[in-house]
Design a protein around this ligand. Sequence first.
Ligand SMILES: Cc1ncc(COP(=O)(O)O)c(C=O)c1O
Length: 393
Amino acid sequence: MDINPSTRVSSIGVYAFAAVDAKVADLKAQGITPIDFGVGDYQDPTPPLIRKACKKAVDEHATDGYPSYIGAQAYREAVAAWLRRRFDVTLDPRTQITSTIGSKEGIFNFAEGFVNPGDYVICPSPGYPPYKRGTLFAEGKAYFVAVTHKNKCRYDFKKIPAEVASNTRIMWVTTPSSPLGYVADLDFLKAAYEFTQKHGIILASDEAYSELYFGDAPPSALQVAGPSFDGVVQFHSLSKRSVMTGWRVGWAAGDKRIIDVFKKVKTNIDSGTPNFVQDAAIAALADEKHVEKLRRTVKRKRNLICTALRKAGLKNCKNPAGLYLWQKAPDGMSGEDFAKLLIEKCHIVTTPGEWLSDEVDGVNPGAGHVRFAFVPPMAEVKDAAERISKLAL
Ligand SMILES: Cc1ncc(COP(=O)(O)O)c(C=O)c1O
């Protein structure tokens, strides 16, 4: 028999990071172990305090069965306590917070709750692919806003056509932005909130990288709405804050009415994050020391690579926050060509910018860039910096 994917699945290209993984496999098949700055997945271990909490919890939850769809009360309380400490916002853990299986799942499935066929979702380009892919699976249309070093990832709301604004259900913002690393200040978040409120749009703020900052701590979109968080939802996870990418634990927090609809979507899709992982996340949220150490490590890695690229003759594109460097390629070179050069000459894997971006007004804002994820261990980052600094570009 013929096996045919659905129109929906056929309509989407290859998941960018799967293609990066394939490139790494190619090199390995040739006996070369590349230094992998491709996917934003830490290669260092999860901090011991988190692993210890999980080991203990496995026995305590020996007979639990399916976890709660919305997260254990203790986990939601830990999230609420952390949000209060970090952003000075007060959320009711019973009604304004729900757990997610990492934020990717939440972000992708979110559109199912709110988007009808033909509705728009405003997404940054370059941006995290599930904003768009979740929209397409819900049969909506993505409207892309270009985010660049030039505009520091601030959207120009005046440029969004009235027809789009009036038919948009969700607007995604990412702060710190990814992959460029710009922090949305309160002024920008207030402007985003005003725009979404004016047009009846949900403001969905992806704050997965909020703890990877090198200057002042970034604010949250939750801070610009009143105590009911009218029309606002924050997506967050322990992945990037606590080196827990493999643990799949995150949350959505904000307007009770949004959380209610989203819970309904999720109860039909998944069975929640395991309780022993939620206990590990509670331990992680109670500790800031490992996060401070992680920030110092990521900053050092960033500085090593940025210095090496400048020695090689490239433009300074240092990220103010986040886990990535959005490096401009040598003049006249595409991101893919530059990524190829880095693989061939330095055995370094990066992600070409074109793979992470969609065209805006006929121009791909990711063209001519590569993304470095600061995830290899320090010794490998030093090695990579040595190799890059010897390039004459
Ligand atoms: C911008 C952004 N948001 C969200 C995520 C989701 O991470 P997770 O599903 O591990 O929470 C990622 C992962 O790389 C990301 O880059």
